[in-house]
Design a protein around this ligand. Structure first.
Ligand code: PLP
Length: 392
């Protein structure tokens, strides 16, 4: 028996367990204090009614032999793929139905896509980063090269021609930094990938938060279909974090070493995946109906207003930050040169507010701190008042 010893090389992540323990210890010692949590990146508003109604109807269909559905197409039902195709068309991006693969969420696909690539590839990952990109590659024994995201590049690194990468991870709007690339930035990456025969794995899980004139899909950039795979999700758009549905776009024209990545992904999915539940796909399709769009916008506006409230407080305090505008995340520079865990303790003990220390996302996060807009409005307002009182 030979085991995959690469698992021994995965850094243990104690981030959220350490946060939970610190908060539990603090509340046990201070039961009279009301702690406000603006740390975890999960949504809090319930699913849009249109999705609930569609799922109820689908449950009924599954209970009648005339409408019962067993195994569906592994890559998703046409009714959902057509809705996704129409959603992209509203932004002048045309997709073939065969380029759309429905899945149980972006996290699985971001990890599973690595089946397509040899172990011997150089992987370029920003620091700080959503840890899944790093851990999935370490599990497969791949070499990772980091690119610095920092204050001087606004946490939006651009390609370094001296670095030769094969697989490039980009996430925009970004988790954890909330920073979002403009067209020129993404164009630089597309040009680099085409010149280096590389493939960009583009995580668009937060595209629905883009409100300024910034790209929401990498395919808005000319040439991207020749070098990029895009991952998207209903999690943050429509509150599907617990319901589970996402989709991945693999362009039909994307080829490397004479192999077609779309055909490979189709083969991979039909071999290892049996599709997303029919009921869930009906719920996801309802997100694109007139009612669904309206309800989703209401929820997004709620989170956007929370983000605006948090960002305004940072402006008033003169604290440097990214995000807040096209993202549910505010990534702030810890005041007075504090390190992120030091600031975590300071904020917990003196304002009873919980955020996420940037050190948990990489070396370049060690003086930064993430707050999320996914909380309740009243709690966000109260947290801001406490932070302002503490730091002004
Ligand atoms: N990608 C990023 C950058 C995320 O932050 C998250 C979740 O927080 C995901 C992907 C996971 O999305 P899903 O719920 O669709 O698996």
């Amino acid at each position: 028996m030979k085991m995959n010893h690469n698992f021994s090389n995965i850094a243990q992540s104690y981030l959220f367990s350490t946060i939970a323990k610190k908060v539990a210890d603090y509340t046990a010692a201070n039961p009279d204090k009301k702690v406000i949590r603006l740390g975890i990146g999960d949504v809090t508003l319930p699913l849009p009614q249109a999705a609930i109604d569609a799922m109820h109807a689908a449950v009924e269909e599954q209970g009648k032999s005339a409408s019962f559905r067993g195994y569906g197409p592994e890559q998703g039902y046409d009714f959902l793929k057509e809705s996704i195709q129409a959603y992209y068309a509203t932004r002048n991006t045309s997709l073939e139905l065969d380029e759309i693969f429905v899945s149980d969420g972006a996290k699985s696909d971001v990890g599973n896509i690595l089946d397509l690539f040899d172990q011997d590839n150089v992987v370029l990952v920003p620091d700080p980063v959503y840890p899944v990109y790093v851990d999935t590659n370490v599990m497969a024994g791949r070499k990772i090269v980091y690119m610095n995201a920092n204050e001087s590049n606004g946490f939006l690194p651009l390609p370094d021609p001296a670095v030769k990468a094969d697989i490039i991870y980009l996430c925009s709007p970004n988790n954890p930094t909330g920073a979002a690339y403009d067209r020129a930035g993404l164009k630089a990456w597309v040009d680099y990938a085409l010149a280096n025969d590389a493939v960009i794995l583009y995580d668009a899980a937060y595209e629905c938060f883009v409100s300024e004139d910034l790209p929401r899909s990498i395919y808005e950039i000319e040439g991207a279909k020749g070098c990029a795979i895009e991952f998207c999700s209903f999690s943050k758009t429509a509150g599907f974090t617990g319901t589970r549905c996402g989709y991945t776009i693999v362009p039909l024209q994307l080829e490397r070493e004479g192999m077609n990545l779309n055909k490979m992904w189709l083969r991979r999915q039909t071999t290892k995946f049996n599709g997303v539940a029919y009921i869930v796909q009906r719920g996801a399709a309802a997100v694109f109906t007139e009612e669904g769009i309206r309800q989703v916008q209401q929820n997004l506006d709620y989170y956007r207003e929370n983000a605006r409230i948090l960002a305004e407080a940072m402006d008033e305090l003169g604290i440097w930050y990214t995000g807040g505008k096209n993202s549910p995340y505010i990534w702030l520079k810890c005041p007075n040169g504090m390190e992120s865990w030091e600031f975590f303790d300071y904020l917990l003990e003196n304002a009873n507010v919980v955020g996420t220390p940037g050190a948990g996302f990489g070396e370049n996060g060690k003086n930064f701190f993430r707050l999320t807009a996914f909380g309740d409005r009243d709690n966000t307002i109260e947290a801001v008042a406490r932070i302002k009182k503490l730091l002004s």
